[in-house]
Design a protein around this ligand. Structure first.
Ligand SMILES: NC(=O)c1ccc[n+]([C@@H]2O[C@H](COP(=O)([O-])OP(=O)(O)OC[C@H]3O[C@@H](n4cnc5c(N)ncnc54)[C@H](O)[C@@H]3O)[C@@H](O)[C@H]2O)c1
Length: 266
């Protein structure tokens, strides 16, 4: 059994981080690079991905930025090739990219359903299929899938988000069972309420207004009172769990869910 060097827990590893220009993907990318990984910051918002790449490179880490729409199978092949060309075979995949439209079942349209499912679930499926051949060349790997409270107890809002995040539990277990013999692990990490633009801002992949944004103290306090630890999670809380799951310290962990939610799912 290998004993990881605590300061360089991902030395020699190569990671693709989708939604890498976002809050949680950005925090993972920075932390992974600080622990010695070479990181492909993959996002369909190239400018956001480049900003994270620049931070990493300015801090002495290894990173490239790559424009990737996770819904596009051909774009995945190009992303894996570009990463391999720069750094060698990929050993870590973080499937962060997600979308949500916070409307009721009655108001959710087929377009909204398709964007949420295609981004969060089909995007992760395509990512796993594109990256596994590279992980085989690396001699193993870790697939890390972004879950949610909706992966545990989906509520009445946004039916596609509930289906996507519950679907991620199944996809995670299928990947874990399929690839365990090849030393490729798959773990789902489920945050609670994380203070990011996903629930605060008004981006096309996750629109919010006064009725949903945590900028509205009423919404913020509702999420806070649903979190026994009494604070919202921060992207760094999640990044630390992703770091553990990606590292050799988690070499026997596969198929499972790690919650990082301040007790919100209790
Ligand atoms: N913030 C929360 O409270 C919370 C809680 C549970 C789960 N999540 C999950 O975390 C992930 C989002 O992370 P965040 O909170 O850091 O949000 P974020 O909005 O800061 O980041 C999301 C990133 O995904 C990118 N993205 C969206 N669609 C894409 C696509 N088709 N292809 C490539 N990139 C795409 C965006 O450009 C953005 O950079 C989602 O999967 C979301 O469901 C968030």
């Amino acid at each position: 059994m290998s004993t990881a060097n605590f300061g360089e827990r991902l030395a020699g590893k190569v990671a693709i981080v989708t939604g890498g220009g976002g809050a949680m993907g950005g925090a993972q990318s920075r932390l992974f690079a600080a622990h010695g990984a070479a990181v492909c910051v993959a996002d369909f918002n190239l400018e956001a991905g480049e900003a994270v790449r620049n931070d990493i490179v300015h801090s002495g880490g290894m990173a490239i930025a790559h424009e990737l729409d996770v819904r596009d199978e051909a774009a995945w092949e190009a992303c894996v090739s570009a990463t391999e060309e720069e750094y060698g075979p990929v050993s870590i995949l973080c499937n962060n990219a997600g979308a949500n439209f916070r409307v009721s079942f009655d108001d959710q349209t087929l377009d909204m359903w398709n964007i949420i499912m295609d981004t969060g679930l089909t995007g992760a499926f395509l990512g796993i299929k594109a990256v596994v051949p590279s992980m085989r060349r690396a001699g193993g790997g870790a697939i890390l899938n972004m879950g949610s409270l909706a992966s545990i107890r989906p509520g009445g809002g946004s039916p596609a988000y509930a289906a996507q995040k519950m679907g991620m539990v199944g996809l995670n277990r299928a990947a874990a069972a399929s690839y365990a013999k090849e030393n490729i692990r798959s773990i789902i990490i489920s945050p609670g309420h994380v203070d990011t633009p996903f629930i605060r801002g008004n981006n096309p992949h996750s629109p919010n207004d006064e009725s949903t944004s945590i900028d509205n103290p009423e919404n913020y306090n509702k999420r806070l009172s649903g979190t026994p630890m009494g604070r919202l999670m921060m992207p760094e809380d999640l990044a630390n769990a992703f770091l553990f799951a990606a590292s050799d310290e988690a070499s026997g962990v596969t198929g499972s869910m790690i919650t990082v939610d301040g007790g919100a799912a209790l």
